[in-house]
Design a protein around this ligand. Structure first.
Ligand SMILES: CC(C)(COP(=O)(O)OP(=O)(O)OC[C@H]1O[C@@H](n2cnc3c(N)ncnc32)[C@H](O)[C@@H]1OP(=O)(O)O)[C@@H](O)C(=O)NCCC(=O)NCCS
Length: 433
């Protein structure tokens, strides 16, 4: 394929995401290490692009390494308790200074008009202010955390008003108390609090840690994050990130993403390509996706019967579901099967059928269908399948959006031909995997 064609394909591929992200609210946390790195100008460009695509942006900058070096330069020790810096009275002015320095640099970079980049001439309007009310962390395990604080409130209405006017809101990890004190807040925690207060569509961490060097995009469920937290091998510095991800998802933030900042364009790849690039945490598999067992037959039938009655799914008897149960994957919530898929392999072929994909009405549109399909694809690839097909009467567009193409001349595997009912007029869709 020529470069021009690649470009056209890429642009078309990005179109659904451009549409989907428009007017959505993203909270993006960027550490100061990233802000002072060579890659930052690329990120500035990408932030400007997101703003121009109509995405509402709240950006938080971290300041940890700058604070470390300011304290070290002034021969003050950095003391931590439970991974949180203890900001004492001597350290506070240096902490404020370091934070303001990062903020000023950040603002200057976002004000450059981006010469010599594809976004040249674009102007961003950055706004910051007293949007974060802080309060003292107090004494933890007998240790006085002094000027280290936590979030008391976020002025989310004021932030939303600014976002509606297309301003980018920039927040530093400082909070002001009602008594006029200043508190040093953990930046990841603040990012999580802001995303929750705004009920943001995405909370994105552009920082080293979870997605390091992960060239393959992947998805984590909140349950997997919990297991990582329980695992003693998980480094302490990831604890807060994982906790924020879990809490954000539980508070209806739709997605949390971790992006390796060393990858140029990692943010764009994650947001605008089907396969993504970073690590995404979702509420999918909330109660766990798992291989179905014979005990699930009743639950699967309850889910698919209404769809069979309305002709959307082909009729399957209880006996047939029982026979095929090892091919099913289900998602269960509160003891109910809320989604299922079957990936039925023909033993003589490297082709498998995607069948019986169904998501309970109350859970449609939250990505469960997409997730189950991805799961089925992964499993199929592992068992040597190189091609998937599906038969559908009313869902062809959904499958096409997931990489399938219509194929009028595909020869159904023998085993399928035996049960195929041409009167349904199903379309046959194929996908190479
Ligand atoms: C098709 C189905 C499995 C998708 O599951 P889901 O969890 O809702 O899907 P996702 O959340 O991953 O994707 C939702 C998107 O798919 C779209 N979509 C849903 N059904 C669709 C259809 N029949 N045709 C085209 N797009 C469809 C939604 O509008 C939504 O798009 P949006 O985000 O732009 O609003 C689910 O809608 C379902 O169970 N439908 C009834 C059964 C069925 O048709 N099964 C397939 C049999 S072959």
């Amino acid at each position: 394929m020529s470069n021009t064609q690649d470009y056209v394909q890429w642009f078309r591929g990005a179109a659904p995401y451009i549409k989907a992200h428009r007017r959505k609210t993203f909270v993006i946390m960027i550490t100061d290490e990233v802000i002072y790195s060579d890659r930052f100008i690329g990120l500035v460009h990408d932030i400007a692009l997101l703003n121009h695509l109509g995405i509402k942006l709240v950006i938080l900058h971290g300041s940890r390494s700058s604070i470390d070096s300011h304290l070290a330069d002034n021969k003050l020790d950095s003391r931590f308790h439970r991974n949180i810096r203890i900001t004492d009275t001597a350290a506070l002015p240096l902490v404020i200074h370091a934070i303001n320095e990062v903020k000023t640099y950040f603002e200057s970079q976002l004000s450059t008009g981006l010469p010599n980049t594809p976004m040249s001439g674009s102007e961003l309007s950055l706004v910051s202010g007293n949007f974060v009310t802080g309060m003292p962390l107090g004494v933890i395990d007998g240790v006085d955390m002094q000027h280290s604080g936590k979030v008391r409130a976020i002025k989310h209405e004021a932030i939303n008003d600014l976002l509606a006017l297309n301003h980018v809101v920039l927040l530093s990890n400082l909070g002001y108390s009602r008594t006029g004190e200043v508190f040093n807040l953990p930046a990841e925690e603040l990012a999580g609090e802001v995303a929750r207060a705004l009920k943001a569509d995405k909370l994105i961490f552009v920082q080293p840690g979870i997605a390091d060097g992960d060239a393959q995009a992947s998805t984590l469920s909140t349950r997997q994050c919990e297991s990582m937290l329980e695992d003693s091998a998980t480094p302490g510095e990831l604890t807060s990130l994982l906790q924020q991800a879990i809490q954000a998802i539980q508070a209806q933030v739709k997605r949390v993403h971790f992006i390796d900042p060393r990858v140029d364009g990692g943010l764009l790849l994650e947001l605008f390509t089907r396969d993504g690039y970073g690590i995404m945490v979702t509420n999918l598999f909330y109660e766990g996706s798992r291989a179905a067992s014979i005990d699930d037959v009743g639950g699967i039938l309850s889910l698919i019967e209404p769809l069979q009655d309305s002709g959307i799914l082909v009729a399957r008897s209880r006996e047939q579901v029982e026979l095929e149960i090892s091919h099913f994957q289900v998602i269960e919530k509160d003891g109910m099967i809320i989604a299922c898929i079957a990936c039925i392999q023909d033993s003589k072929d490297d082709t498998a059928e995607i069948a019986c994909l169904a998501v309970h009405e109350s859970y449609q549109g939250s990505g469960l269908g997409n997730q189950l399909l991805q799961f089925a694809e992964d499993r199929a690839i592992k068992s040597g399948i190189s091609r998937l097909y599906t038969l559908t009467t009313r869902t062809s567009h959904w499958f096409i959006e997931h990489g399938f193409t219509e194929s009028g001349d595909f020869d159904l595997p023998e085993v399928k031909r035996a049960t195929f009912n041409p009167e349904r007029g199903s379309k046959i869709l194929l996908k190479s995997i």
